[in-house]
Design a protein around this ligand. Structure first.
Ligand SMILES: NC(=O)c1ccc[n+]([C@@H]2O[C@H](COP(=O)([O-])OP(=O)(O)OC[C@H]3O[C@@H](n4cnc5c(N)ncnc54)[C@H](O)[C@@H]3O)[C@@H](O)[C@H]2O)c1
Length: 458
């Protein structure tokens, strides 16, 4: 059982100053692990809890699991060595000994795009059996406004510990907004929002985060407002990407290069540029739009129809990419069903190893429907099996004997690739650039069929 008391700001200050505040982070994945390491680095003993036993043993064997998250490997080695951090799969041992319990659990959606809060609900139930009085729970996961107030608190209070929020335990949120691949930078730059069930808890959570993160902390009037901000920023991006994706479709027909339009448009002070692409993936943007839609649905199915349309537009982009391939192949009298198509990049964004909800999966599904032979080359997924395809190990070999190349993810390695090099590896290949990164002058001079998403024919 924990020895500490955390009844007010003075007690918290003493525990922070003496580095005796005990932190527990439940869910030590992409976001939770760097969070836990940050707390440990600031001198507070931190334990990461996870149900993934392989992950727990990997961490406890001093192996850093987030290879594509630069900077944290050094901190990992340091805090493991000085015993400020370790991992555990025994929530029942860790929670009763912790003062602050952060929840960085997954909040995905199901096949019907309904948000799935089962991990948070299940851990909430465990907290109802394990939390010691005067602990603070902070939800970092991305959730719909109202989830804490209307569901999570009740789940915890229904446990046998007879806990009452605001009386013998506290709860708040500090939604995570970092970008995968750039977490180190974001944790030292991006402002954080803090909302809680009462003003006292908000201030205490801000003190705890201030100790660890050198960023602006913005107090919000409650949990649901803080969660609404997090969703608003991501839905804003999803909407704007849908807008430029629709423009891309129009400009292809009009023979206008969207990259020129956007470059010029962003010179105007109030235009915030977004770029078209093969679709929007990852664990955040698509899910966050559906979370916002789920919130609206309780009042009216048509509320936030703009967001629903944006989702439809972004989800249709993989089909458009396949149409560009088919169209290019026609020009050289080839059928998609007898063609070999190489995807360059399958991650949902550059320089990270993550294929959650990646548009590449939809492109592959469609290509399979047409009976195409599919190859994949991605520097983060070499010689492995992804989407039931054995991935390539070597880019030069991957480019040989293909009918079409589709650049899906703008990994750094692909920026050095020239259309003339691609043309030298196969007979008149069809090259589709969904990210606008290939040199267009070089493409014009090369023996290939070239299409850039949003730019019409060359
Ligand atoms: N990845 C991002 O880009 C990002 C950015 C900002 C916010 N978020 C949000 O942060 C939250 C966490 O996302 P993530 O990307 O770190 O997810 P993740 O899948 O990488 O990590 C979640 C971890 O929780 C563990 N877990 C699942 N159920 C558990 C349980 N019942 N008990 C203990 N551990 C459990 C999993 O094993 C996993 O290691 C989500 O709400 C997400 O929306 C993610």
């Amino acid at each position: 059982m924990k020895n500490n008391n955390l009844r007010n700001s003075e007690e918290l200050k003493q525990l922070l100053d003496s580095r005796n505040l005990k932190i527990c982070v439940i869910g030590i994945g992409r976001i939770g692990l760097p969070t836990a390491l940050s707390f440990a680095k600031s001198g507070l003993t931190t334990i990461g809890v996870d149900i993934n036993t392989d992950l727990v043993s990997m961490i406890n064997s001093n192996e850093y699991p987030l290879k594509d998250e630069p900077g944290y490997d050094v901190i990992f080695n340091k805090v493991i060595k000085n015993k400020k951090f370790h991992a555990s799969n025994k929530i029942e041992d860790v929670v009763p000994n912790s003062d602050v319990i952060l929840l960085s659990l997954p909040t995905p959606m199901d096949k019907n795009n309904i948000p799935d809060y089962s991990a948070l609900k299940s851990v909430g139930k465990q907290l109802g059996e394990l939390l010691e009085p005067n602990s603070i729970v902070v939800v970092e996961s991305t959730i719909e406004p109202g989830f804490v107030e209307n569901e999570l608190i009740k789940i915890i209070e229904d446990g046998t510990k007879q806990l009452i929020a605001g009386k013998n335990f506290s709860i708040g949120v500090c939604p995570e907004t970092a970008n995968p691949g750039e977490i180190m930078k974001d944790f030292t730059k991006l402002p954080r929002l803090v909302g809680a069930i009462d003003e006292k808890t908000t201030q205490m959570i801000m003190e705890i985060y201030k100790h660890t993160f050198p960023v602006e902390l913005i107090p919000m009037s409650n949990c649901k407002t803080a969660n609404a901000v997090k969703l608003t920023t991501n839905v804003f991006r999803d909407l704007n990407i849908a807008f430029v994706n629709q423009l891309a479709l129009l400009f292809e027909k009009l023979g206008i290069d969207i990259s020129q339009v956007l470059e010029a448009a962003k010179r105007k002070y109030n235009f915030q540029v977004h770029y078209p692409g093969p679709g929007v993936g990852g664990p955040c943007l698509p899910v966050n739009s559906y979370q916002m839609l789920n919130s609206a649905k309780q009042f009216d199915d048509n509320m936030l129809s703009l967001v629903r349309i944006a989702r439809e537009v972004n989800e249709s982009m993989p089909n458009h990419v396949v149409d560009l391939i088919i169209n290019g192949l026609k020009e050289v009298n080839k059928q998609i069903s007898t063609s070999t198509i190489l995807l360059l990049g399958i991650s949902y964004k550059p320089e990270i190893k993550d294929i959650q909800l990646a548009p590449s999966e939809k492109i592959i599904e469609k290509l399979k429907e047409y009976g195409a032979n599919i190859k994949i080359y991605d520097p983060f997924y070499k010689s492995t099996n992804v989407f039931e395809i054995e991935t390539e190990n070597n880019i030069e070999q991957a480019l040989s004997n293909i009918d079409s190349v589709v650049l899906v993810t703008a990994h750094k390695e692909f920026h050095d690739l020239t259309p003339s090099f691609i043309a030298s590896k196969s007979e008149m290949p069809v090259v589709i650039d969904t990210q606008g990164i290939f040199n267009q002058d070089d493409a014009k001079k090369s023996k290939l069929i070239f299409r850039v998403l949003g730019s019409g024919k060359f």
